[in-house]
Design a protein around this ligand. Structure first.
Ligand code: TRP
Length: 442
């Protein structure tokens, strides 16, 4: 079999992992989850979820990946625990489901770039969303988005994924800073900041059952956890650098991008339709923002920049969602990467026809409320209670963190992470079930 690929450098891995993490989750979902869950109160719970649960969970995947040097399905057998293969298989299957609806939303972004150029959404933002979000236009844009994703993954780990993310991540950062600075000059920006940044803790107390699963799901999603992406990416590490160090950089950069997106979006909403009116389904963000761009001076240019940022973010993540199943087939069947990427991408395209006809909400909630917590729960139990010696050893390699810190991490992964995930899963499944039975998705 051919030599397995590796990143060209530590920075290459970090760019790719940040690219996976920074996505629609940061720029589309985060500001609007925050807006509809009470503003700053949600932000506080979300940051706790990211740093206390997400960060240690990322280390779970990094240790499995770098230790096994295998994709997320084969990794378990490679480490000598073939019985746990199902845990990786659930994740990789879920990454494939996620890719299907993620690509549909990526297609919406393409339509909004076109709409920014033609000015088509400036007059009636709701009508524009209606015309591009489902039906043939949505299917076509979804096809285009997934084709670009396949194109990048087909080029491979270093020449495709690493090269694309090294370009896209700096571009996202620079453009988002520009947008946030511009937004700060809008009249009424202050009201946006205060909703975003001054927490009202009574909101948490009275909406605990909604805020906690939303914040936890958002934390796992934004960090690309659970679905074997970070296992696959860490499996291409050629040498031992500090996993906690890399993980800290990735988590912090990902958080900075989400916060920046909030600094752009909240003043824009406050200056136009208002921050409170942004709750609702998957389309709200597109309608609210496009409507805002229609009312603002230079809104068309700002809209173009915003949707280009969103497209880069979406692509640098969708390639990781395709890489997880692709790496499995390449590793285990020894097939050619290009063929595999095209084949899996084509099947994800077909599966995505359902969300392209109006079921984005269903796919989104299935992923956030059910698949993510289930997948994270299994890998946490695996590393905490089964492969704990290997994981602790791997965590220490190339890193200067002491035995004390590693032990705390292990017990955290054994006890705290599973409890947090089980609570999330219970609340998330309950709300998903309610949605199914009340017909919210159909
Ligand atoms: N993190 C990405 C975002 O925020 C989405 C994503 C990419 C993802 N790969 C993933 C989510 C793996 C869960 C698992 O948009």
């Amino acid at each position: 079999m051919a030599q397995r690929e590796t990143w060209t450098s530590r920075a290459g891995f970090i760019f790719a992992a940040v690219g996976s993490a920074v996505g629609l989750g940061n720029i589309w979902s985060f500001p609007f989850q925050t807006a509809s869950n009470g503003g700053a109160a949600f932000l506080v719970v979300y940051l706790l979820a990211v740093f206390l649960i997400g960060f240690p969970t990322m280390l779970i995947e990094f240790t499995i990946g770098r230790r096994s040097k295998q994709n997320a399905v084969s990794a378990f057998a490679e480490l000598g625990y073939g019985d746990w293969t199902f845990a990786g298989a659930i994740g990789v299957f879920a990454s494939f489901i996620t890719l299907a609806f993620y690509s549909v939303v990526g297609g919406w972004v393409i339509s909004y770039i076109v709409g920014s150029v033609t000015g088509a959404y400036l007059g009636d933002a709701g009508a524009y969303f209606g015309s591009v979000s489902s039906g043939l236009v949505a299917v076509g844009a979804h096809a285009l988005f997934i084709a670009v994703t396949i194109g990048i993954v087909a080029f491979g780990v270093a020449d495709g994924i690493e090269r694309a993310t090294k370009f896209m991540i700096p571009a996202i950062l620079v453009l988002l800073v520009g947008l946030a600075v511009w937004a700060s000059t809008l009249p009424g920006a202050g009201a946006g900041y205060s909703y975003y940044l001054s927490p009202d803790f009574s909101v948490i107390a009275s909406n605990f059952g909604d805020i906690v699963p939303a914040a936890m799901g958002q934390a796992f999603f934004t960090l690309s956890l659970g679905f074997g992406v970070m296992i696959a990416y860490a499996s291409y590490l050629g040498r031992d650098d500090s996993l906690p160090g890399d993980s800290a950089i990735i988590v912090v950069l990902n958080t900075i991008v989400a916060l920046l997106a909030g600094f752009a979006v909240f003043p824009i909403l406050a200056a136009t339709s208002g921050v409170g009116g942004a709750s609702g389904g998957a389309g709200t963000a597109f309608i609210a923002l496009a409507g805002a761009f229609g009312q603002l001076p230079a809104g068309q240019i700002i809209g173009l920049v915003f949707f280009i940022v969103l497209l880069f973010a979406a692509l640098s993540s969708s390639i990781s969602l395709l890489e997880a199943p692709t790496s499995y087939v390449v590793d285990s069947q020894g097939m050619e990467r290009r063929t595999v990427a095209i084949g899996i991408g084509a099947v994800a395209f077909v599966l995505g026809i359902a969300p392209a006809y109006g079921y984005v909400g269903l796919f989104n909630d299935l992923v956030f409320n059910v698949l993510l917590p289930v997948a994270v729960l299994f890998i946490a139990l695996f590393v905490g209670w089964v492969a704990n010696r290997e994981a602790v050893d791997e965590l220490g390699r190339g890193s200067s963190i002491g035995e004390g810190a590693t032990t705390i991490w292990l017990w955290w992964v054994r006890i705290v992470v599973p409890i947090a995930v089980i609570v999330t899963l219970y609340l998330g499944v309950t709300s998903f079930y309610t949605g199914l039975t009340t017909g919210a998705y159909f």
